[in-house]
Design a protein around this ligand. Structure first.
Ligand SMILES: [Zn+2]
Length: 205
């Protein structure tokens, strides 16, 4: 590389170093996914033909490039950045949001069932933010709410009721349950959340 540079004339060499500096100075993080780009949003987030209900979390911007080259993924990306202390609070907040993945658009968060403090109960929380979303799900008709939960054998509980005020779910019989996958939640008009494959042990009431 050094020998190639020595063979350039001085004007060409100045042009070359200016263009490298230009790349460095113009690179920013995409506001939506944290990928590196040259404006507020990257071309992937701007592409309206891509699926917006599938999120692929990657560690580095180079992983995005790799998967785009493979051409097998047509959803959204989220690049995780490390939480670090910055002099600018905006930058620090942006980093923190990226880390907890709460800066992504609605509809890309997973939800999980966690055992409640009282026997026979559970809470429904968003996987990343830990926000209680049980009260939102309580709007689903009580006759169909049992379909929103499955045990390790894939069976629904006999009864599942949600207190609309507290969001606390009462499930029977005792067992290991999780939230049903997104396709099932979709049928219940619970849109925008994907159930995570994480079981919670619900003890008998
Ligand atoms: Zn982006």
């Amino acid at each position: 590389m050094v020998f190639s540079l020595l063979s350039f004339d001085k004007n060409k060499l100045t042009l070359f170093s200016d263009s490298i500096l230009g790349v460095r100075d113009n690179i920013v993080r995409c506001d939506t996914c944290n990928n590196i780009c040259e404006r507020d949003n990257c071309i992937i987030c701007d592409d309206k033909t891509r699926k917006d209900n599938v999120l692929f979390v990657v560690e580095h911007p180079k992983d995005v490039i790799l998967f785009e080259r493979l051409g097998i993924f047509n959803g959204q990306y989220q690049v995780i950045v490390n939480v670090s202390f910055e002099e600018s609070w905006q930058k620090e907040r942006q980093n923190t949001q990226s880390f907890t993945i709460d800066a992504v658009p609605d509809g890309l968060l997973g939800i999980a069932l966690v055992p409640g403090t009282v026997a026979g109960t559970a809470n429904i929380v968003t996987a990343c933010g830990g926000i209680d979303v049980g009260a939102q799900i309580a709007s689903v008709a009580t006759t169909t709410i049992t379909t929103a939960f499955i045990n390790e054998a894939g069976a629904n509980p006999t009864t599942a009721t949600i207190d609309p005020d507290t969001g606390i779910v009462s499930i029977a019989p005792a067992g290991s349950y999780r939230i049903a996958p997104a396709s099932v939640l979709d049928g219940l008009d619970i849109v925008g959340y994907d159930g995570l494959n994480k079981f919670a042990t619900i003890t008998g009431a």
